[in-house]
Structures are given as C-alpha cells and as structure tokens.
Write a protein that binds this ligand. Sequence first.
Ligand SMILES: [Zn+2]
Length: 949
Amino acid sequence: MHKTIIFSLLMSIAVYSDTLLKPTSLSSDLYLQSILDSNYEENIDHPNEFLDFNYGDRVASPEQIVNALNKWSKQSSKLKVVEYAKTHEGRPLHAVFISSSENLMNLDNINNKISELSDARNTTDREAKQIINNLPAVAWMAYSIHGNETSGADAALGVIYHLIASEDKDIINMLDKMIVIIDPLMNPDGRARFAKNLEQYRGTAPNYDDQSLLHTGDWPYGRTNHYYFDLNRDWLYLTQPETQGRVSLINQWRPQILVDGHEMGSQDTFMTGPPREPINKNIDKDLIKWGNVFAQDQANAFDENNWRFYTGEWHEDLYPGYSFYVQFRGTLGILYEQSRMAEDGVKRPEGTIQSYKESVHHQFVSTLTNLNTLLKNSKSLYMDYWDGRKYNVSNDSKYANKSYVILPTQNIGRLNTLADKLLAQDIEIYQNSKPINARDVLKQNGDIESDYIIPVGSMIIPNNQPEAPLISAFLEFDADINEAVLIEEKQKRLRNGSSIMYDTTAFNFSMMYGLPAITVPADISKNLKSWSPSPAVHEVNEDALMWAVDGADDRSVAFAARLMEQDIQVRIIDKESILSDHNLSRGSVVVIAMDNPEYKTLYKVVKKTANDLDISIVSIESGFGSEDLPDWGGRHFRLLNKPQIAILSHEGFNSYDVGVSWWSLDHHLGIRHSQLNSSLLSYGDLRRYNTIILPSGNPDLSNYTKEILIDWVKQGGTLIANNRAARLIASATNFGNVKLLSETFENSNSYNIDLMREIYSLKDDIDKSDVNSNKVNFNINYPWESAKKIYTKDELQMRDKWQSLLMPSGSMVAARSDQKHWLTFGTNELIPILYANNPILMTGGNTEAPIRIGELIKNDKVEEVRTINWSQLPKGFDLNVRMSGLVWPEASQRIANSAYLTREKIGKGQVILFSGEPNFRGSTIGTNRLWLNAVIYGSGLGTNTLVTQ
Ligand SMILES: [Zn+2]
C-alpha cells in the first residue's frame, strides 16, 4: 500500500514535468523555409548540436552560443575566436574573426596596413593605393546589444556556421577577400536574464500574444546589462566593460561597415538605414551615399522573399553615442531593426502569425546581403575612406583651424577620466607648459572673448588630426541642427506634443563632465607635449596631526566613504583653507588622529585608501589656519556621519535610474549599500538606514508608506529623490515645502521675493553714508517695485501650458551653484545641467536651492528690472539658460530661476531633491558629484548628529 502511494506520486510528477517539457507545439510549423540551406562540410557541427531545439525555433542561451564557438574554433581553420572583455556577471564577450585560413594567419600584417591607411600624415597617395589593392574587405557584424532583442544573436550563430562550413564557392571566395568579424551577442547578461524569463513563463501551448509575460519579461527586463545600462548609449562615454573592450577592438580594426542588429516593436516589420535628419554634421556625406547602396541590395533581397521593410522613418543620427560612433571614424554604420517575436511568434492585426524563425531569417539574409554588397564595393569604399582620412588632416578642412581646450582643474580624477575616454578613441591630446595667447575664444556659455590667455597645464586637443570628425562630435559645444529639422520639430511639439528627436540633443564631454572648456578658432599644435596625468602624491607621516585629501577631486568622496565604512571618524572642512602650507579646497576631507584614539595604525589605513583610489594625500602638522582661515578646533571642521544607504528599487521605478544609482555607488565609491524592494517600506525596519535614495520613477506608494518615510526623515533620515520621484515628493502634501511650479501660481510673488533675497545677498557693494544716515529714507528702491510687468495667475497658467509643450530634449542648461553650500563641494559656480522634461521645483520659506537654473551675468547696461514668468531679474544682470542642444526660448523662460537641487530640513532629518537624473548614463559626471555629496555627506552635514550614550 505504502509503496503504491509513492509510486503514483512519482508518476504524477513525471507526467507533470512531461507536460512542460513537451509543449503542444513549438511553433516550428509556422515557418517552413530553411535558414541553413547550403551544402555544409560534415566535420563541422551543425548548430543543432549545441541546442536542445532546432536552430531558429527558439532562443539560444549565451552558454549555448559560447559552446558552439569553442567547438568550431577546434573544427575549423577559418575562424578565430577572440575574447575581448568579460561582463559584470563574468560572461565572456567574443569577436569571431572569420576568413580564409591564409588571411587569418596574416591578421597582424593586415591590421598594420589598415593603421597606415588611417593616418594620412604618414602615408602617401601611392602607398595608400597599394595598400587598398592588397587589403581584404573588413566587416564588423554585431548583434543583440539589447538582451531581449534576441533574433540577431541567433542569426549570428547561423551565419558563423554558414560562413565556415558552407561548400558554396561564393562563400569560399568571399572569405578569400574578406575578414568578417562577428560579435554574436553584445549583451550576454541581458540575454541570460531574458532567457530566464522565457523559461519562467513558458506554458504548454504556444503564446502569440505580444503583451504576455513570455514576450515582455519582468522588470528590469532583458534590454540592459547587469547595472541596467543601455549599452547602445554607451559607445561615447564608455562606462561599461562590454563597451570598453568592444570599442578598443573595433578601433583597432577600423572595419568598413559595422552592422548593429536590433529588434523593435512586435507589430512592426523590418527597418534598416540610411538614417533621416537630424544627421550629425560631422559624418562624412559619402557614408550616406553608401548607406543607400547597401539599403538597395538589402531591399532587393527582401522583395525577393516577399518580406516587408522600410528605411529611415524614426532612424535619426545626431547623438554620437550609438554604435554609429564609428561613422565619425569613417566606418559605415548599418542598423537592423527586426520586429520582436520573442520565441513563439506574434499574432498581427491582419490575423497572420509571424514566427521567431522568420525574424532570425530576416537578420540572416540581411547579413549575407550586406556582406555581398561590401564584397562588390570594398575597394571604392576604401578609396572614399582614404579621401576622408586625407581631408581630416588637410589644411583646407573645416577642422583645420580649431582646437578644444579643457582648462586646468584641481579635479584631477575627473580630468584623468576624460583623458582615458579620449585616448580610447585614438584622439591625440596635449598639454602646454607655457601660457598661450588666443583670440576670439568661444566659452561654454556662448560668450566670445577676443583676447584670452590659455593657462599652463590646460588639456589641448587640436582638431586637425586623423580623428577630427569624432573630436568635433565629442567636444563642439553645440551640434548644428538644420533649420528644416527645427521647423518640423516645433510643428510636432505644438501639434500633439510629439518629437522627432530620438535621443539627447546635447552630449559634449566638457559639459557632461562639468569641466570648464573653450574652443579656439586656431590650430594650436606648437610647443605642446603629449598629455600625461599628474601623478598622485602620497605624503603620509605617521606622527602628523591629521591627513587631508583635496575636496576638489571627486575621489575625495570615495576616500571619506571608504574610511567611514571602516568606522574611522572623518571630517570635512567646509571652507577653503591653508594648513601646513597646503592649499585645501572647500570640501576637503581630513582624518584627525585625535578623533580616532582606538586606531593604532590609522596612518596605514589612510595611506592604503588613498593609494587604492590613486588620489593625492598630504600630512598636516599644525591645525592653525592663519587669519580667518579655518583652524582645526573650529566649526569649519565638520564631523561626518557614516552613511547607511538603501536604494529603493523594482516595479514602478525607472530601471535605468535604479541601475545607475547602484552602479554609481559601486563604481565611484565601492561601499556597502542595499537595494530594497519598495514594498518593504511598509513592513521593514528602516532604522538600519540613515540615507534612502528614491531613483526616478513613479512607484505606487500608499499614504501609509509615505507617512512611514516622512516619520523616518523626521527622526534624522536623509531622503534623496531623483527626477520623477522628486516630482512625487514635491506634489505630496506633507513632504516639506518644495512645490511643483504648477502649484505656485496663486502666490508667485512670495517665491519671487525669496529669489530676490537670494540674488541680492550676492551683491558686494553698499552705500555706507546711506546706511549711516540718521533720517528715515523715503526713497528706498525695493527689488520688485520698478518691474514693468507682473503676471496674473491666469496669465502664468496660460504661459505654462504653452511653454510646457516645448521642454528641452536632453539639452544642457546653465545653472548657478551656491558656493557656500556643502552640497556643491567640487563644483564650479557655473554648472552645466542635462535637462529634459524635468519637474520644475520651487523653493519657499526655509527651503534651500543650492543649484538654480540660469547663470547670472553682471551687465551694467541693464538698467531696468525685467520679468520672466513668475520671477524677476534685478537691474545690472543678464541670465543665461541654454548651453547646448535644443532648448526652445519658451522653455528657457519656463525653467529660469527654478531649483535643480533642493534641500530642506524636516525634523531632525532632511529631504534632498534633484529635478533631473544626476547620474544619467553614468556620464553626467558634473552632477554626479552633487549626488555623491548628498549620499555620503548628507547624513553628517545636513541632519542632527546623534550622540550615543
Ligand atoms: Zn535595440
């Protein structure tokens, strides 16, 4: 009896698992055409050997693809597998070189010739022609950079097999004349996440509903990498290991074409290049011509197969941080966008079902067609490439008389990071050891200075060099956009609020990094030496009173954070100081021996931490700062408090902002923190944390949950919210006094008066006789009195409705930084802010606004008070808002004088709001510093210090 029960139980388990393992159909009968239909060498394994399904029917896992590559590299001499990086999760990234075995043995030599062809300063026309005659074509074919856009990598698996195993003469001939480099899956971590979702949500019957979880997957979805970064926006700023390794190899090989195989909406068809306007003006026009040649052949192939497709439409090319960065280096970029079929296929409105296998076939045929077009045109493409390379270094080019200069800074860490990014793109950078006189210099705020002295130690990048177009795309303050594009954009905005801009319209490095820079209309190339980073000095004496790192360097925040993590007491000097002859910027971090009596080998820990961060450190023997400079016992030496950090996460939050917050803490600081599921707020124990981060998003927080959060703040917590989460806090009724603009029209006057106080407090002149007069003055001029216009609530509302249609498209706006506030350590007075459709924050009462939109410029010629919506500008001032990219004048008015960063004390704690995403794509280093200050210094400098008994 007993036995029988166990037996039947086992039976039912077996039957159940059978059900899932044997689905009613794998949809393999939806598409009967064969993808791999050549005659193939028998000693090379068919892809089916590595899969547990028939090739093309389902999604191959990263491990299955890697297994195939490893096996094939043993079976064929036509393929060489190069591992160019590892992902955060430890998965290998591969570039598969496929060519005749003869070419593969000659790779170094071929690569050298490509380098020679790329530098027209050292190669003659005759040599170039000779090189071109002997060079094989080079193609870089890359797929599935978005992990849930799976068909590309499956196509790549088939293409690799087809190229190495086909006995077709055309293929063998192609490999004699071409090196095909295949990057089969650019984002294995994202693909693995999506593959897990597919496994998780599979039922027994096929599912053709593109809204089902099988097709969409779970938050944070498979598109991004481990830290939820969109790798196809990372090619410019190179923050992720996938991109860093890949760009290094692509740049070494300078392929003629680079194919980037994606997927788009399920109900769409197939799209390929060339792009439509706006197109970045630094891209060689020849590439647009070639884009059409490749598109024509691809279109013919699709017509033959009766497959629908289109070109252009939403595919623009202004932002240089897509894979199309290669276009600025002379490579033709070709985009594939296949409609997404997940695994089973998708039912369409006309009643047909498109199969996954067909989508793989589209990518497969596109790939082979593009390779054939390249084979036919390789020599002409090389000739155009050579012409471009000559143009870049010629004295007649538009790049010839231009140089970009990054001005000297104490922020050595940030400057070194910039240098690394530029060097990774083969950009030659220099520095000057003597001042240089320059004329008509363009500054970041748009002003031109006729006589300018470039200070010693500037980073100088002459534009006249082989990578001239890329330099221009990265460093010019403004990417030029055609008037016709602007007209179309404005029409769309006003008509229905839509936009033709696909990505940000501002991206230049110096503003993203918050580094002051100028553009000089001359070729500065004489008396320069190659750039070398200033070496860190580690001067750590055992018996010093204290040790200090300069607060201007971003790494000082990590220094403080890592020491506090080890329970070392750390202070910050909140004012510029000079101690033992060392100049220390505002926000410098000090470790005082007396604060840490229990630490016997304190100096060793301090030294090691500075070493690990490669940041300079000095020993201070005396705590006396002369005159009114800070002394070590005074109130400017402020004790920090160890941050205990939680990031709220999951459904409802923007995965990009969650990921980049997480990455920022890991990458910039390397300290412990927790990601919390936001549902835990209502039942978890928040006392473990003194700093909670709300990334951008619109999480569904109940009133009860909000009460818990606000109580936690009142008890001493620091709550930091970004972008849409800041909107949530500002619109909540009991979360302090920061308000959204739309809620302030009733009493806009009081906001204006607070603003006037703030601006007038910057004035540095006074009429002493007036002050000392004993008689009442009947003629005092109050700031608002002479204003010409004051708008009614109705007028402000109407303006706002209109202006809100024209918000910036990921553009740079100027902001002024309160140089006395601890949140702005390490930033300059003018700070560029990446701005999109941000919540517009208004501060009143005791709320602080350490960063406000608009750079105040003194201008004595302005003799009247001028009104901008709710605010006024006193006489003697101008206001700059736009810095780079598309900022409509109406938007400038709307956001002028609003707060970008707010801080408000509530109870014993505080709320800090960022109106934008301060860590956007890990590349807005300028505003990232503000955020790191908030996260690491917030608890110590902005809340009541707890004295434990
Ligand atoms: Zn994509």
